[in-house]
Design a binder for this molecule. Structure first.
Ligand code: FAD
Ligand code: EPU
Length: 338
């Protein structure tokens, strides 16, 4: 396996930031990581695992080793009348896996259509969209432990999934490389059209006999209408998480902002769309030079071309400060700032 030196990562991150990594190696198999981990200074150097680079913001050049995950493979582990268990290489493209699952008539991930990136990063932040999270089909994953060089297994409980969260974003950050993900998909899918926009789009499409392919098509349509395509405008999807506030805080805000949108998170907490908060602070459509806030989705920061990561970090801080000052709410980045 080749280690490249002083490599541009422009095509390895969807913000399209032209930054340089000191070293880059592509891993195609678990053995590649074992071999690399025997290099003498492996454990002391900075290491970053990269999938599709669709949820990272490089604030500057990366002084360390980037491991580009290209572990492939899609196999059926077992099946019964109702379910099929599939084992996926962490470097597989997520959306291609969704399409493969739909072609086979296996349901469970159709609402997660068109999310950029790789299979290995999906459990990292428990990807979610249009009423479904990865955790609902997750069985277990395999991951290489950097400290011991051994492959460990993590089931749903071990992963401690939450909203855009797993243990790999928390206490086990930077300690494991996810190598394989095992999902349990349904041969007799039930349809999730709970997200208002999905039901509405299906109606507009005139769908009579609903299929998982229809749901996927509806989700793709919605996404393409408001999210910028990274191939055209650099971005990393939602920059911040939607804040979760106590119902009491929400009720206080409602006295001043009667039209504030919100969704129940549980009995005591509610989610407020960060896009609405940012739009209220007049950032939607903002542009300064190469950076900006998307005109159709205020939660998405964009690079129109030639931006520096530091400029985007600064913009995100300005947005956080204005939302904090106007609403008293802290916005927490979803994007991993490196
Ligand atoms: P990367 O950006 O390469 O990595 C993300 C993080 O995971 C980094 O910290 C990296 O070190 C770590 N990581 C990656 N692979 C591994 C591995 N194998 N083992 C250990 N750590 C790893 N996300 C959603 O949840 N829902 C959405 O609807 C959604 N929409 C998006 C729309 C657009 C236009 C874009 C650009 C992004 C969107 N995202 C969304 C965010 C992003 O697509 C997901 O977070 C995706 O899972 C990231 O995959 P990736 O392979 O690109 O990860
Ligand atoms: N809104 C505004 N202005 C905006 C954007 C949104 O007022 O500019 C308000 C509207 O009230 C709208 C609501 O926010 O109804 C929700 O907007 P949207 O349906 O676009 O969803 P979101 O909350 O902005 C979340 C996820 C997305 C995911 C969609 C669909 C987070 C941080 N983001 O966005 O995930 O695709 O729901 O489920 O939870 C990502 O994680 O990168 C991502 C794109």
């Amino acid at each position: 396996m080749e280690i490249q030196h002083h490599v541009s990562l422009k095509h390895y991150n969807t913000f399209g930031l032209d930054i340089t990594a000191s070293e880059l190696a592509t891993i195609e198999h678990e053995n590649d990581i074992s071999i690399l981990s025997e290099v003498p200074d492996f454990s002391t150097q900075s290491l970053l695992v990269l999938g599709g680079g669709s949820n990272v913001l490089f604030s500057g050049d990366y002084a360390g080793l980037v491991l580009k995950n290209n572990i492939l493979g899609k196999e059926v582990l077992k099946q019964n009348e109702e379910f099929v268990w599939v084992r996926l290489g962490a470097g597989e493209n997520w959306h291609q896996v969704v399409l493969w699952s739909i072609e086979n008539g296996w349901g469970g991930i159709e609402n997660l259509s068109l999310i950029p990136g790789t299979v290995g990063a999906a459990p990292m932040q428990n990807i979610g969209a249009y009423g479904v999270e990865l955790s609902s089909v997750f069985e277990y994953l395999e991951a290489f432990e950097l400290k011991t060089g051994k492959i460990a297994q993590f089931n749903t409980t071990d992963c401690d999934f939450g909203y855009r969260y797993s243990v790999f974003k928390g206490p086990l950050k930077q300690q494991f490389i996810i190598t394989r993900v095992i999902l349990k998909l349904s041969k007799h899918p039930t349809f999730n059209t709970s997200y208002g926009a999905v039901a509405q789009t299906l109606e507009e499409m005139g769908v009579e006999q609903l299929t998982i392919k229809d749901i996927s098509s509806a989700v793709i349509k919605i996404r393409q209408s408001k999210l910028p395509d990274p191939a055209v405008i650099g971005n990393a999807g939602s920059f911040f998480k939607n804040p979760i506030v106590a119902n009491e805080t929400l009720n206080n805000l409602k006295t001043e902002y009667t039209n504030i949108p919100s969704y129940a998170f549980d009995n005591s907490y509610s989610k407020i769309p960060a896009g609405w908060l940012i739009e209220q602070c007049q950032w939607k459509g903002y542009r300064k030079g190469s950076i900006g806030v998307h005109a159709k989705q205020a939660l998405v920061l964009v690079n129109y071309g030639g931006a520096k990561g530091r400029e985007l970090v600064d913009l995100s801080k300005q947005i956080q400060a204005s939302v904090q000052s106007r609403f008293g709410i802290e916005l927490i980045p979803e994007v991993n700032i490196v």
